[in-house]
Design a protein around this ligand. Structure first.
Ligand SMILES: NC(=O)c1ccc[n+]([C@@H]2O[C@H](COP(=O)([O-])OP(=O)(O)OC[C@H]3O[C@@H](n4cnc5c(N)ncnc54)[C@H](OP(=O)(O)O)[C@@H]3O)[C@@H](O)[C@H]2O)c1
Length: 237
């Protein structure tokens, strides 16, 4: 296993949920963190939590759907922390409703955030990785990227797209020693999924579980990588 100490990670959607849990796990490994999120308030609160555990951290508020804002945020992180070794494209939104009900604008917004957000941030970070001939990109799709279900056609469509584009990117950048991985988690308990009923944390996958998985895959020797992984709860019934 390789050490992650001193590396720089950029996490989109790092202010809450899976992104924040991953930032915390990476901080324990001595990774310097750049976090992108929309809300300044959520970023400030994440920054405080991470600084309290000794992390080196830079935050940049940006909507990843906005190409210019996304590029600017990546540049800010690169200027403050140096080249990005690890990019975790995690920012995403849920789009709920039946196919017929979801307004076209919501379909478009879903694609703008969940798909184009990854395009914008990756296009900004990739040249540096190619130049250094090294890097890790983890894209967060979903179980909904493998299987459509009633009421999640729009979300599913965006997450299927994430898998397709990750596979293509992976093939393009392997010759540069850049590892592209796409994760398809099942239900993880976060603000995105927390419904009216509180789920039993012993039975549902927690953001920390996914974060630990990502840290362990990043620590694999550079010669090998996890191409895809589906992380499920063992027994949520
Ligand atoms: N939770 C699950 O069960 C589950 C399962 C499979 C896949 N996923 C995927 O995992 C990822 C993270 O989900 P989560 O459950 O951790 O969600 P979450 O708790 O709702 O957190 C979402 C994070 O993304 C940020 N974000 C949302 N839209 C953004 C935008 N347009 N620009 C920049 N940042 C944005 C949010 O920032 P603000 O605080 O500023 O809003 C927040 O930091 C998503 O891609 C989701 O689709 C989740």
């Amino acid at each position: 296993m390789q050490s992650l100490e001193g590396k720089t990670a950029l996490i989109t959607g790092g202010s809450r949920g899976i992104g924040l849990a991953t930032a915390k796990e990476l901080a324990k490994e001595g990774v310097r963190l750049g976090l992108i999120g929309r809300s300044e308030e959520h970023l400030a609160s994440a920054e405080k939590e991470l600084k309290d555990i000794g992390a080196t951290i830079v935050t940049a508020a940006a909507d990843v759907a906005d190409e210019n804002a996304a590029h600017k945020a990546v540049k800010t992180v690169e200027q403050e922390l140096g080249g990005i070794d690890i990019l975790i494209n995690n920012a995403g939104i849920a789009i709920r409703g039946t196919f017929a009900e979801i307004p076209a604008d919501d379909w478009r917004r879903g694609f703008d955030v969940n798909v184009m957000g990854i395009v914008h941030v990756t296009q900004a970070a990739l040249p540096g990785m190619i130049e250094r001939n090294r890097g890790d990109i983890i894209n967060i799709s979903s179980m909904s990227g493998l299987k459509g279900t009633k009421g999640s056609s729009a979300y599913s469509a965006t997450k299927f797209a994430v898998i397709g584009m990750s596979e293509g990117l992976m093939q393009e950048v392997r010759p540069h020693n850049i590892r592209v991985s796409v994760l398809t988690p099942s239900l993880v308990e976060t603000d995105l999924t927390r419904g009216d009923a509180q789920r039993d944390p012993e039975k549902y996958t927690q953001a920390e579980d996914l974060a630990e998985f990502m840290v362990s895959q990043l620590k694999l020797e550079q010669r090998t990588f996890v191409k895809t992984a589906a992380i499920w709860a063992t027994n949520p019934f």
